[in-house]
Design a protein around this ligand. Structure first.
Ligand code: FES
Ligand code: FE2
Length: 336
């Protein structure tokens, strides 16, 4: 699927940047092929505008923020949070022309990130029960570009068959027949439940709270259409580890992987750096194989060669749902 050609994808929220990155001025981002600039507006709220000054086309991200407005670094034209030009420094007497403005996008701060929807969102940003719960700490993990499509990453997140192969260097079970998975499909996603045996290498032991050679993982996955997932893992010692992974679409072939997690233990019990190190090792295994996949593979499940195995079912449902969404929103040409 070519994400930049499917306009309905502009109607979802995506986390595009940690709020902390906006502390020292505006920053550029490319979302679904569109160049945007993010900055902190009045009262610290994030703002997303088209990253192109309407005077002589300079990137606004190369300017600076002043009193909650963004100032172009070329001649100082100044834009408010709606994208309206409110100041032309060289033009002291004449009124500012009505067409002196740049497109503005929906933008909100949530879970420590700036979220953007390029057009009216079809659904709100998903709720996370762990957020704000004093029983959990949030650990920001990864913010990095992967050369793969969001759908490839989502399929992978619910695919139990890859553990023994892709993750044989970390936690993949030796016996590659996964336990039974149950799945519930909802309007805007799906939920899975699986218990699977896993190996328990040295790097994982403090993180999962077990010194055994092998252990069991209980995993509850939620897919939020189109490119986000929550994976709630329960470890044998009762610790809960919930990973939030988003594949924010940059363009057809690349995604910004935005991942954080919630842990029910404390920094004294297991330091965040150990948790990040283990998830880093696992994530690098996924990245290596996913960057070899085709970002424009066919999403029409009737046209694919598939075995409808347990491990492929979530991916099939995702592609069916996406296809239905694209058709419901009048996408005249479904790519892939
Ligand atoms: S190009 Fe932005 S003010 Fe001239
Ligand atoms: Fe994986």
């Amino acid at each position: 699927m070519l994400v930049t050609r499917q306009k309905v994808l502009r109607r979802f929220w995506y986390p595009v940047m940690p709020m902390a990155m906006l502390e020292d001025g505006p920053k550029p981002f490319t979302l679904l092929g569109e160049a945007i600039v993010l900055f902190k507006g009045a009262e610290g709220k994030p703002v997303a505008l088209a990253d192109r000054c309407c005077h002589r086309t300079a990137r606004l991200s190369r300017g600076f923020v002043e009193d909650g407005n963004i100032v172009c670094g070329y001649h100082g034209w100044t834009y408010d949070c709606t994208g309206r030009c409110v100041r032309i420094p060289q033009n002291t007497d004449a009124a500012i022309p009505a067409n002196a403005k740049v497109p503005a996008y929906h933008c909100e701060s949530r879970y420590g990130y700036a979220w953007v929807a390029l057009e009216d969102p079809l659904m709100p940003i998903f709720e996370l029960t762990e957020a704000g719960d004093p029983g959990y700490r949030q650990i920001d993990q990864f913010y990095e570009v992967w050369n793969c499509a969001g759908l490839r990453l989502m399929e992978n997140s619910f695919d139990m068959a890859h553990l023994s192969f892709t993750h044989k260097g970390t936690f993949g079970p030796k016996n590659h027949v996964p336990r039974k998975m149950t799945m519930d499909v909802s309007d805007w996603g799906l939920e899975t439940y699986v218990e699977t045996p896993v190996t328990n290498p040295a790097i994982a032991r403090s993180v999962v709270g077990s010194d055994a050679e092998e252990t069991v993982r209980i995993m509850r996955g939620t897919w939020f259409l189109p490119f986000s997932r929550r994976l709630a893992i329960s470890y044998p010692n009762g610790v809960r580890h919930t990973i939030i992974t988003n594949a924010t679409p940059i363009d057809d072939g690349s995604s910004m992987v935005v991942q954080w997690c919630y842990r029910s233990d404390s920094e004294d019990e297991v330091p965040a750096k150990d948790i990040i190190a283990f998830d880093r090792a696992v994530t690098n295994e996924d990245k290596y194989i996913l960057e070899s996949t085709d970002y424009d593979a066919c999403i029409d499940t009737t046209r694919r060669v598939e075995f409808h195995m347990d491990s492929d079912r979530p991916g099939l449902v995702m592609r069916e749902k996406l296809l239905k969404l694209l058709r419901a929103h009048g996408e005249d040409e479904v790519h892939g």
